[in-house]
Every structure is written in structure tokens, then in C-alpha cells.
Design a protein. Structure first.
Length: 311
């Protein structure tokens, strides 16, 4: 994807320091389902790719879906009954995957779906703190309206790792596998780490509150609300052993300036991978947190390998 303007990327790095996620303020559990959906759709052209074996160009179409009164933008390149869902990092739009999605469709023949989370891209803004249970509900509602209820290979970058963990925990039957790209994992959010993250990002949060209507500031503020209590709960979330996962961790991590935090990030990825025999740890050499942009080839290989192993 094109590199974002400096102001947006500055806020994105601040979000990275928070590990790019927050749950509901005062939440007592980390994950819960709250589905509400009605069918609305429209279509427009988006990036395209060649359909495997046909020579025809497959175009992604925009579908606007409704969940609880707000609309979300889902981009669908139709293929086989198997589906690959690409979930962007915090503060990023579906365009984060614009170079990867067409190549995946060509390589696998699968239906490939990207989407804009609430408040980003073409999706409606939902006021208040960022809530993982709401994000899970939005994703499930969108997939349900698109007829996708099983055989999903879920690819999640950064903040989307929280959505993946909660979706997998409560709906393992939907997933055939997952690729977690430098993703937020429960193992990282210990009682020692959470206060360090809050303290490190407080100056950026305070600055954002001076102009709360800017989209990047709104995302940072909503992400920061209720962070400590919510992540204490997230630390208890467990990934189901029935769902295989590849953990793709960046070498530099989101904490290149803090060796201690960077090592904890790497240790969390290793710990997650070691908890079941159907999990694999891969290190993207030389990369920062923005692995999909810096090493799309590594991300593509991890997804293609996971998809091939399950089909």
C-alpha cells in the first residue's frame, strides 16, 4: 500500500506502542458475541486479479453490510467455497492488503475478503471506545451476510490479532486455519507489561485529545480507553487447539527502541506457537511491525502454505 502521510504514520506508531488494541472500558471479559445483522449490499470496482485457470480478470466488489445500525465496507473477490479473510492492523484500511489480495486469489482460487473496520475507510464511525466484542460482531455479521460461515483462513495483522483470538475462541468451527502477522497475543499482556504500555503512550494520547475529530486521533483515543483492565482480561484468552496457526513475528517488533519490550513481544509469539503441535513460528527477518508492507512475499508464502495444508 502507499505509505501513509507522516501524521497518520506517527499515530500508527503510537498505536503500535499500545500493541494496537483496546477492549471495552470496564469490560469484565475479553471476548463475547453480540451479532446483529440485516442485509444491505452495493458493489463497485476494486483491485482485480486473474482467476486461476480461466485467464479472466476477477474483480473485487464492494458490499456494504449493516450491523446494529452502522454500515461496514467489505471487499470480495469471488472464488471457491474456501475463503481467505485479511484483517488489517490498527488504524489501517483494507487497502493495506491491496497488493496481497489479488495474488492470493490467483495462487489459491479462494474467495478473498478484505474489509474496513468501523471508523475506517468507507465504514461508518461508531463513537466510544474500541471494543473487541463489537469488532468480532462486525466481522461475523459481514461474513454471515456474504454467506461465509466456515472454511475460513483468517489472516490478522497487529490489532486484528485480538479479533482473531476472540473469534477463534468462540467460533472455532468457522476457521480452517489462521496466520497471525506480528499480531497481538494474550501472552504478551502481563501484569508487568500493561503499565509499561500505558505509560509509554500517554503523551501521544494526551496530544490526540486536543484534536479528537481527526480520524487518526479518534482511533488512538478509542484504542486507549479502558486499556489496562481490558488487557488484563485479554491475557486469559486461549486459542483453540483445533485451529492451526502460523505465528509470523517481525524481527524488530513494534518496540525497536526498547529491547526489553521487544524481547517480551518475541517471547509471547514463541510461547503461543509452542502451546500446540499445529502451530508454527516464523520470523520475518529485518522487518519492523509493518510486515505486510515491507515483506509481502513472506506474508503471501505463510498464507499460501496454511491454505494448502488445509485443502
Amino acid at each position: 500500500m502507499p505509505r501513509a502521510p507522516r501524521t497518520r504514520r506517527s499515530k500508527y506508531r503510537a498505536l503500535s506502542s499500545l500493541a494496537l488494541l483496546a477492549l471495552a472500558a470496564g469490560a469484565v471479559t475479553a471476548c463475547s458475541d453480540n451479532d446483529s445483522a440485516s442485509d444491505h449490499s452495493a458493489s463497485s470496482s476494486a483491485p482485480s486479479s486473474a482467476s486461476p485457470g480461466t485467464g479472466k480478470v476477477a474483480k473485487a466488489k464492494l458490499h456494504m453490510v449493516d450491523n446494529g445500525g452502522h454500515r461496514l465496507a467489505f471487499y470480495v473477490t469471488r472464488g471457491s467455497a474456501s475463503t481467505i479473510v485479511l484483517d488489517s492492523g490498527g488504524g489501517e484500511y483494507s487497502s493495506q492488503w491491496k497488493d496481497i489480495a489479488p495474488k492470493l486469489h490467483t495462487a489459491t482460487g479462494a474467495t478473498v475478503i478484505t474489509y474496513d473496520r468501523a471508523g475506517l475507510g468507507k465504514s461508518d464511525v461508531v463513537p466510544g471506545p474500541w471494543k473487541v466484542e463489537s469488532a468480532v460482531s462486525d466481522l461475523k455479521a459481514g461474513l454471515g451476510q456474504l454467506g461465509v460461515t466456515k472454511d475460513v483462513t483468517l489472516v490478522s495483522h497487529s490489532q486484528a490479532g485480538e479479533i482473531a483470538n476472540c473469534l477463534a475462541k468462540d467460533n472455532p468451527e468457522m476457521l480452517s486455519g489462521a496466520v497471525l502477522v506480528d499480531a497481538n497475543l494474550p501472552q504478551f499482556f502481563t501484569d508487568e507489561e500493561i503499565p509499561r504500555l500505558v505509560a509509554a503512550t500517554q503523551p501521544e494520547v494526551d496530544a490526540a485529545k486536543k484534536d479528537p475529530e481527526k480520524p487518526e486521533n479518534r482511533q488512538l483515543i478509542s484504542t486507549a480507553e479502558g486499556f489496562a483492565a481490558a488487557h488484563k482480561a485479554f491475557h486469559e484468552v486461549t486459542w483453540p487447539n483445533s485451529v492451526p496457526a502460523t505465528v509470523l513475528v517481525s524481527e524488530k517488533t513494534p518496540f525497536a527502541g526498547s529491547p526489553e519490550d521487544a524481547q517480551r513481544w518475541r517471547d509471547a509469539a514463541a510461547s503461543f506457537a509452542q502451546e500446540a503441535p499445529n502451530r508454527t513460528l516464523v520470523t520475518a527477518k529485518g522487518t519492523s511491525h509493518e510486515v505486510p508492507t515491507e515483506r509481502p512475499d513472506v506474508v503471501l508464502k505463510a498464507i499460501e502454505d496454511m491454505f494448502a495444508a488445509q485443502h
